[in-house]
Structures are given as structure tokens and as C-alpha cells.
Ligand binder design. Structure first.
Ligand SMILES: Nc1ncnc2c1ncn2[C@@H]1O[C@H](COP(=O)(O)OP(=O)(O)OP(=O)(O)O)[C@@H](O)[C@H]1O
Ligand SMILES: [Mg+2]
Length: 281
């Protein structure tokens, strides 16, 4: 369904001392139709860049990005992106927000109304269709954004930390909702997250990315039974395997960002001989 082969992305003059900045390097990835893949990695490793390349919002400097066997030449109706912020139009009602992509695509009348109803019911917000976004909670707004992402019925859903700004309980509810929607609609999902538990909870596979340059470090299978619970022992086990891989990369980022003395174990924070609590910080 999605294939990246030898993909590199650089921006001219974006790096240190005017050198080209490397967003991604030598990325090979294949995602099958209907698969749920999570992307995890330290800040700046190129997760958003990778999504943008698949979305057709950016183009590779080297290699190729194929969707359904065709080279990606720009955005298309087969792919939608959902961001961390719901980016709803504040002046439109919930229903009008969800209807918007259909309006742009020229889907009219009865078909448009039926699809808006179907997807608002799917995220349990049909009863809120006449509300303005600012009268909803953050979690509800992300559910409206999910309905809006689904309404044009793309085969591929690209999600960039869509639940990162939500509290843990709301996130739990949305995980269950997204899992149910995915099982029902058989979409191909690529889901970016910093949260290792979220990655283990949702993904069939978890792609762990490294940095400098951004690349794929390891791919872990997370083919646990569904529906899953975030606190299940198996989910916790996969999450700690992801965390172990990520720790090394995150330490590298912190050191590269200028603190060469920084070490993860550090020196213990303790009371020294003179009794000064915090010696060694
Ligand atoms: N338009 C651009 N011009 C120059 N450099 C860019 C551009 N977009 C991204 N980059 C660089 O590419 C690298 C990867 O950025 P990207 O936003 O993909 O990281 P990320 O993994 O999504 O990070 P985060 O977890 O913080 O969202 C960064 O070093 C960034 O500075
Ligand atoms: Mg990002």
C-alpha cells in the first residue's frame, strides 16, 4: 500500500553553518493495506517529515515514495492528515466542519448529509452537531477532527500526535474509539506518537526512529489481541521494549544539543559531607 525506498530528505542551508539539514536519510518502509503502524522517536528525528512525504506535502531529495504502486506527486483524496491540534473552523458548527471536505470535493445534498451523520455517529457526537467547536472539550474536538478526517473516506489516515494534548483518561477513551473505527473501516493508519504506551496500545508494528540523521532504527511487532487495554501486561512489556530503544536516541539528542557533560545516570543527588542537599547536581 505504502512503500518508501531509499528515501532521504534535506533542506538547503538549513543545517549548522549553512550546510544542508538532514531531515531523513535512507528510509525503507513498507506498510500493508489495513495495517496500523506507529512511529516513535525523539524530537526532530523526522516523524512529521515522513508523514508529510506520504501525504504529498513534501517531496524526497532521494529515493521514492509510492502509494498503491504510484509515485506520490501531491496530496490526494486517498490520504488525510490529522494533527495534534484539531484545527477546526471556529465559526462553523460541528456538522459544518465535518461536511467541509465533502463540500470541497463537490459531494452534494443527500450524500453529504448522510456521510456527516454516519461519521459523527461513529465518534458519538451526533448529538453535538449544532455546537460550535469552542463549546466542546479538547477530547470532543479531536473526535470531531477524526470524523472530519474520515468523512471523505480516504484509504490512508496519517495521524501526527493527535492525542498528545489530551489528559490520560480522555486519551484512553480515544484509543478505544480509534481502535474500533479502524477495525470497522479497515483503514491503513500511520500514527506518530512520543508516548511509548500509546504506540504499544495501538500499533500492529512500531517503527522506532533514530536521529542525526533521522532514520529507522528498529521495527517492533506489537501484534497483541484486540481490543487492548493500556494497562495490560503485554502492552506494558512492548512499551518498555520501545522505551529501551528510545532511551539511547534521546540521550544522544540531549548530548548533541550542547550538554556534553550530561549523562542519564548522572551523579546521585545526595547530601554531601557538609550536609548540602543536592551536591552533585
Ligand atoms: N521546512 C524545513 N526546513 C528545514 N528543516 C526542516 C524543515 N522541516 C523540518 N526540518 C528539520 O528536519 C528535522 C525533522 O523534523 P520533523 O518535524 O520531521 O521532526 P519530528 O520527529 O516530527 O519532531 P517532533 O517530535 O518534535 O515533532 C528537524 O531537524 C527539522 O529542523
Ligand atoms: Mg513532529
Amino acid at each position: 500500500m505504502i512503500a518508501l525506498a531509499g528515501v532521504a530528505k534535506r533542506w538547503p542551508g538549513g543545517g549548522e553553518a549553512g550546510a544542508a539539514s538532514a531531515g531523513l536519510s535512507a528510509v525503507d518502509l513498507r506498510v500493508g493495506a489495513g495495517e496500523f503502524v506507529c512511529l516513535c522517536g525523539p524530537s526532530g528525528c523526522g516523524k512529521t517529515t515522513l508523514l508529510n512525504l506520504i501525504a504529498g506535502l513534501e517531496f524526497p531529495t532521494e529515493g521514492e515514495v509510492l502509494v498503491g504502486g504510484q509515485r506520490v506527486r501531491g496530496p490526494g483524496p486517498d490520504r488525510t492528515v490529522m494533527f495534534q491540534e484539531s484545527a477546526l473552523f471556529p465559526w462553523l458548527s460541528v456538522a459544518a466542519n465535518v461536511a467541509f471536505p465533502l463540500e470541497v470535493a463537490g459531494v452534494g445534498g443527500g450524500e453529504r448529509a448522510a456521510r456527516v451523520e454516519r461519521y459523527l455517529r461513529m465518534v458519538h457526537l451526533w448529538g453535538f452537531r449544532d455546537r460550535q467547536p469552542h463549546t466542546l472539550s479538547g477530547g470532543m474536538r479531536q473526535r470531531v477532527a477524526l470524523a472530519r478526517a474520515l468523512v471523505a473516506e480516504p484509504q490512508i489516515l496519517l495521524m501526527d500526535e493527535p492525542f498528545a494534548a489530551l489528559d490520560a483518561q480522555t486519551r484512553d477513551v480515544l484509543h478505544a474509539e480509534l481502535e474500533r473505527v479502524w477495525l470497522e473501516t479497515k483503514k491503513t493508519v500511520i500514527f506518530v506518537t512520543h508516548n511509548v504506551r500509546e504506540a504499544a496500545r495501538l500499533g500492529d508494528r512500531v517503527v522506532i526512529m533514530g536521529t542525526r540523521p533521522g532514520r529507522i532504527k528498529r521495527v517492533l511487532d506489537s501484534k497483541l489481541a484486540r481490543p487492548r487495554a493500556i494497562n495490560h501486561r503485554d502492552v506494558t512489556e512492548v512499551a518498555s521494549a520501545i522505551e529501551d530503544e528510545l532511551k539511547i536516541e534521546i540521550e544522544k539528542v540531549i548530548r548533541d544539543e550542547g550538554d556534553s557533560a550530561w549523562s542519564p545516570s548522572g551523579r546521585p543527588v545526595s547530601a554531601g559531607a557538609d550536609g548540602g542537599l543536592g551536591d552533585g547536581i
